[in-house]
Design a protein around this ligand. Structure first.
Ligand code: NAG
Ligand code: NAG
Ligand code: NAG
Ligand code: NAG
Length: 426
């Protein structure tokens, strides 16, 4: 598992990445509806804030799988309408963190992908606008806070909703959406040798998927869940392929135990030989029937807070859920100090405004290595939510100081911010 492997280096550096936090929904909302207004992004976000009443929200029981109440009580007495929002749409109480801006990324990317290896962050694909997708890689150099080293992806590679994982040198890139708007997926799968910048073909996934959970586990590339070919229906299938040093050592994918809940945009993490699948959603935008450009049209989406774990028994176990539903977190996690840390994401649509709601918290799951599946949960809050709330977050841990930055990727803006105090000190 690349990120934990990276963590074993002496000058330990960790990274947390969340390219593509903003899904097609937000693209749709931002780039179609508000394309005429340049500063609408901020207003859009601002309008996503819960009303000031939010002091009264109740933090859900952290050990309770029951989904928080999604809506709202209307008190029609005296003609007054009062809305009480559930905790999903409010901030959870937590210590503040300070953020600092870093180098802006060369291009905005929505629904792209990113992987850190040592001092370099590789950022792939993604929508530039709803009608334009990137087909190249940019590299961020942590040592000098500079972007550079741009190179092309293979022409046949998907442009968004990729499954992606690294072993610390090779980056496996599995399936995803091919083209802009809500086009169809490709099953094509590739591997990048980051030392030579050479791409190789891998056996295609048996069927294509959008944003499946992808991880390396016990010498095999595991791919599960995601959305099916229509972009909306959750897939439960799970496959694996034996890989070594950037090569498939089998000809065909093996069918594995299906995942209990399908759907795209989930964090998939291996720690201590256990595989965790966290959050994500069911449903997504779909191509409008008959549209020659596969124009995206809105469909029902449900975001989940579930946490599942697969261990040597090869049976899924249900773990305590996150305090709020969280999706688009496939590149938004890092393993630090025996914890899984998840930053930002998207949660359910706001019940009143119907707009996409972003998650403003950093969630830390402290894995108790003595007791089997057991989580402690801490919640940190970022002081400058306008930074946290965007697309990419990278967390870099050095000897005495912890840095993180987020790449803000909203309405053609992409910026980087940096923690000034240790993420995990709270
Ligand atoms: C979870 O919450 C529900 C509803 O509040 C309650 O009935 C149930 O006992 C709780 N379960 C646990 C394990 O706390
Ligand atoms: C990254 O930055 C460091 C520090 O300036 C520099 O020594 C190194 O050559 C850079 N790496 C690349 C690939 O440019
Ligand atoms: C910093 O890193 C970038 C990207 O790797 C590279 O292009 C540039 O040459 C480096 N600059 C210095 C001064 O090392
Ligand atoms: C790592 O965890 C230990 C034990 O919980 C704690 O004492 C230490 O401060 C943590 N380190 C960081 C960097 O958070």
């Amino acid at each position: 598992m690349g990120r934990t492997a990276t963590g074993k280096h002496k000058s330990t550096k960790f990274v947390l990445i969340c390219v593509g936090l903003l899904g097609a929904g937000l693209i749709a909302d931002l780039l179609w509806a508000s394309s005429s207004s340049s500063s609408s992004a901020y207003r859009y976000i601002a309008s996503n804030w819960p009303p000031k009443k939010s002091e009264s929200f109740i933090v859900p029981n952290l050990r309770n799988k029951t989904k928080t109440k999604e809506f709202s009580v209307e008190d029609k007495k005296d003609g007054v309408t009062e809305t009480v929002l559930s905790a999903t749409f409010a901030d959870l109480p937590a210590p503040e963190l300070k953020w600092e801006k870093m180098a802006a990324a060369p291009v905005p990317r929505l629904d792209g992908a990113a992987i850190q290896i040592k001092n370099f962050l590789y950022v792939f694909a993604g929508y530039g606008t709803i009608d334009y997708v990137h087909s190249h890689v940019d590299i961020y150099n942590f040592s000098n806070n500079t972007w550079g080293g741009r190179f092309d992806m293979p022409k046949e590679m998907a442009h968004s909703h990729l499954g992606m994982v690294t072993d610390g040198r090779y980056i496996y890139v599995v399936t995803g959406q091919y083209g802009p708007q809500c086009r169809g997926p490709t099953a094509r799968t590739f591997v990048l040798d980051t030392e030579t910048k050479q791409w190789q073909d891998m056996p295609p996934l048996p069927v294509p998927r959008y944003a499946p959970a992808t991880q390396l586990w016990k010498g095999r590339l595991h791919v599960m869940g995601g959305s099916k070919e229509n972009r909306h229906t959750p897939g439960l299938e799970h496959w694996s392929l034996a890989v070594k040093d950037g090569k498939a050592i089998e000809k065909e994918w093996r069918t594995e135990i299906p995942i209990p809940r399908g759907g795209p945009h989930r964090a998939c993490v291996v720690v201590d030989d256990r595989l965790y699948v966290i959050g994500g959603q069911e449903g997504d935008f779909m191509a409008k029937p008959g549209s020659p450009v596969f124009k995206c049209s809105r469909r029902n989406e449900v975001v989940y807070n579930d946490v599942y774990m697969l261990d040597n028994e090869m049976k899924w176990k249900v773990l305590p859920a996150m305090p709020k539903p969280d999706s688009h977190i496939e590149f938004a996690w890092v393993v630090v100090n025996n914890s899984i840390v998840i930053v930002g994401g998207t949660t359910d649509k706001h019940p009143v405004t119907k707009k996409m709601t972003l998650v403003g918290e950093v969630l830390q799951f402290q894995l108790d290595s003595l007791v089997l599946p057991f989580y402690h949960l801490y919640i940190l809050k970022i002081a400058n939510r306008q930074v946290l709330w965007f697309n990419v977050l990278i967390h870099k841990h050095t000897q005495s100081l912890t840095f993180s930055f987020t790449l803000r990727c909203l309405a053609a803006i992409m910026e980087v911010a940096c923690f000034q105090k240790p993420l995990l000190s709270c």
